[in-house]
Ligand binder design. Structure first.
Ligand SMILES: Nc1nc2c(ncn2[C@@H]2O[C@@H]3COP(=O)(O)O[C@H]4[C@@H](O)[C@H](n5cnc6c(=O)[nH]c(N)nc65)O[C@@H]4COP(=O)(O)O[C@H]3[C@H]2O)c(=O)[nH]1
Length: 728
């Protein structure tokens, strides 16, 4: 092998030094003897400037320099390679991370110097640092995440965070390296899971699924799992799983679903049954009726519909309370059911009304023993809350096919028969017959019509003015209910209030009256009319059940009518139910500020003690005493006595039904405070009343004289041909 001439070698050597991508430095006696351009560039020097400098210029301190000397010397002396990564100083004082490799040129003689190969590794170090930080952040996320995070590689658990282990009850690190199958219920379940998500996962999609997984103690936990395969070169299939414990949510969902199912079941049940007694309702009864008549037609038999109503049940309800009433109805339902055959149907219509459908009757007489049995069974005492109660009932009977062929006709006829039975003194039964009077029919029509009247706004109020007998001033008005029937015209309360009371409709009707009176009173005040006391009739039924207190409160609150302008008219008989509850209710009403008067006073069992106890404000003397006052000395004596007694108790009196000036004069002489009657004005519509009031104010202001020559004293309204009231 031939060697190139030295000059050539030197040239090549120079070329290597000049072009090398690494820095090359030669030191001798700890000074730079020679360096290539890259070395100078790394440290921010020019080669000329760097050559001759002590090695320490590349270090931040003497100590630093000494340190490297101490580390390198032994290796260099032994002819070995010294290697180190080190932060070094550039000429401008900035730092540069270098990879140093050094070797003695001649280990036997250090005087020959050392060669240093230097690489600028700052960039690599920064990248490493960034990576390290990134990993730190990632770890922090994994450690602190509230969701379980898991990485699998080809189905093996590669990494998971503490939350995931905690979710499944594992110790830290216990899951690593295991197959993901460990947290599935079984190998099959794992397969199913794979089948459910495998394709989407492979397609790179984000999976979201809810699955029931297995904890270490074999208990199961509902998890929401989000998964995605990480883009990865090669065969490794790395998947990230983010899991959440949704056990609580699932439990709540399950509870909700169960509650919903139960509700649906209940709703379905209630579609065909009565909630209180569990008996079939009208709809189911109707279906059974259809089946029964089809069967009866085939067998040439009869079917009977029995409309049964408990006598005086309302009284029991009122005295013992609704809860007792309900319990009693349940017992009654059982008792009645026992009297019937399997093929018969007992149904509750609401309230205390039941309907029995009797099937397989050979003839029209075949229902008789059942009727007798039903009535006899009810007379057996029921025990409720320690009270022994004997009940009676009235029953109306209609027969298929004689009385009708369809359900509604038969039911209507059974109802008519029931009313006839009640008319005949209750505790009896009655079969429908064609010539049953109009009465039952009218009653039924009224009942159905009233419901519609309330819904369709057919009810209205008329107002009858009330005057102070001493000053002649118009001081108040009584609100009187009317029913504007679409066919029959204006119907008086005497005709429909008893029906409303019997059917329970009086509660919503009474509430409407209170609302309307308060609203109207407020409107008149707002229109600048003087304040008037507005009296409202309360039915005993309304007083004893329902939520009268709330109704009154609401009517006052909604309208903004001052409470003292509202007067509630009670009847004497109502106060005889002198119970603590009644007393408390009246007290609460009085505390609201409303006034109380006793209507039709003198017709009941007047008792002074209850007048005091109930803190009544006014007595309204019944018109039957007032009407014949001038001709009947007894009536005159009664009126005078009532007025005197009331004065003694500090109560005001109002004479009702004052039809003439002479009567007005006489009651004034007796000391009666107020009067109301056709002599002054008939009841009239609200607009007519307003006009009346305005006219009254104008004329009374001029004349200002008393009751007898009252500006409106004879209004020529007493003609019997006149309609029910004025102003309509
Ligand atoms: N012969 C004669 N009658 C006169 C005279 N002045 C007034 N009247 C009539 O006497 C009745 C007085 O009302 P009431 O004793 O509270 O008797 C009322 C009251 O008990 C009841 N009622 C009226 N409106 C309501 C209501 O909103 N709720 C309730 N629960 N009952 C009401 O209906 C009853 C009858 O009311 P209406 O037919 O309006 O009959 C009214 C009225 O039109 C007169 O000078 N001569």
């Amino acid at each position: 092998m031939t060697h190139p001439p030295p000059s050539q070698l030197e040239l090549e050597y120079q070329a290597i030094l000049q072009n090398a991508g690494v820095g090359i430095l030669f030191t001798r006696n700890r000074r730079f003897e020679h360096c290539n351009p890259r070395a100078a560039e790394i440290f921010g020097w020019t080669p000329d400037a760097l050559v001759g400098q002590p090695g320490s210029v590349l270090y931040f301190s003497e100590a630093d320099y000494t340190d490297i000397g101490r580390r390198a010397s032994p290796l260099l002396a032994a002819g070995q390679l010294f290697e180190q990564e080190r932060l070094m100083r550039r000429r401008d004082g900035s730092a540069v991370f270098c990879q140093l490799r050094a070797k003695s040129i001649n280990p036997h003689d250090s005087a020959d110097g050392t060669i240093w190969i230097v690489e600028d590794i700052s960039e690599r170090k920064r990248a490493e640092q960034e990576l390290r930080l990134l990993l730190l952040h990632q770890q922090a996320i994994l450690d602190n995440a509230s969701v379980g995070i898991l990485f699998t590689c080809n189905g093996l658990i590669q990494h998971c965070n503490p939350r995931f282990e905690e979710l499944l009850g594992y110790e830290r690190g216990q899951l690593l390296g295991q197959s993901a199958q460990v947290f599935f219920k079984s190998a099959d379940d794992y397969q199913r899971f794979g089948a459910a998500i495998g394709d989407d996962l492979a397609a790179g999609q984000r999976i979201e699924i809810e699955w029931r997984n297995r904890r270490i103690d074999d208990s199961l936990v509902w998890m929401r799992i989000m998964a995605r395969a990480l883009p990865q070169a090669g065969d490794e299939k790395i998947t990230i799983w983010i899991t959440e414990d949704i056990e609580q949510r699932k439990a709540t969902e399950a509870q909700l679903a169960a509650a919903h199912a139960e509700l649906q079941q209940r709703a379905a049940y209630l579609t065909f049954h009565d909630a209180l007694t569990g008996l079939p309702n009208r709809q189911l009864l109707q279906e059974r009726f259809s089946l029964a008549i089809a069967h009866a037609d085939r067998e040439c038999q009869r079917v009977a519909l029995l409309y049964l109503d408990l006598d005086n049940f309302k009284h029991i309800n009122d005295t013992l309370g609704h809860a007792c009433g309900d319990a009693l109805l349940q017992q009654v339902a059982q008792q009645l059911q026992q009297c019937l055959r399997q093929t018969d149907t007992l149904s509750r219509q609401g309230g205390d009304e039941f309907i029995a459908l009797l099937t397989d009757l050979k003839d029209n007489q075949a229902a008789a023993p059942v009727l007798a049995k039903l009535m006899a069974n009810l007379e057996q005492p029921f025990v409720l809350d320690g009270h022994e109660l004997a009940l009676t009932c009235s029953i109306g009977v209609a027969l298929y096919p004689d009385d009708g062929r369809d359900f509604d006709t038969l039911l209507r006829k059974a109802d008519m028969a029931l009313y006839r039975a009640k008319d005949l003194g209750r505790n009896s039964h009655h079969y429908f017959n064609e010539d049953m009077g109009q009465q039952a029919g009218e009653h039924l029509r009224l009942r159905a019509g009233l419901r519609r009247a309330l819904e369709h706004g057919e009810l209205l109020l008329h107002y009858q003015p009330q005057f102070d007998l001493r000053s002649g001033a118009l001081v108040g008005a009584e609100a009187l209910l009317r029913w504007q029937h679409p066919e029959q015209g204006l119907i008086a309360p005497a005709r429909f209030i008893p029906v409303a009371e019997e059917s329970g409709l009086i509660a919503p009707i009474g509430a409407w009256v209170l609302e309307e009176v308060c609203r109207q009173g407020r409107a008149w005040l707002d229109a600048g009319l003087p304040p008037l006391q507005l009296a409202v009739n309360l039915s005993a039924v309304q007083f004893k059940r329902g939520d009268l207190e709330a109704t009154v409160q609401q009517a006052l609150a909604r309208s903004g009518l001052p409470a003292h302008l509202l007067e509630l008219e009670l009847t004497e008989s109502l106060l005889l139910h002198n119970t603590d509850a009644m007393l408390a209710l009246v007290r609460r009403l009085k505390l609201m500020g409303v006034k109380l008067s006793i209507d039709d006073f003198g017709t009941g069992y007047s008792s002074l003690s209850y007048l005091k106890r109930f803190e009544v404000d006014k007595l309204k003397i019944d018109q039957s005493f007032v009407r014949d006052l001038l001709t009947d000395p007894d009536d005159a004596a009664i009126v005078r006595a009532i007025v005197q007694m009331a004065a003694g108790l500090g109560l005001r009196t109002l004479a009702e039904g004052v039809e003439s000036a002479a009567v007005a004069e006489r009651i004034a002489q007796f000391g009666c405070d107020e009067a109301q009657g056709y002599h002054y004005a008939r009841p009239m519509t609200a607009p007519a009343f307003k006009e009346f009031l305005q006219r009254y104010a104008a004329t009374a202001g001029l004349k200002g004289n008393g009751f007898a020559r009252h500006p409106f004293s004879v209004t020529a309204t007493d003609s019997p041909k006149k309609p029910l009231d004025h102003g309509h």
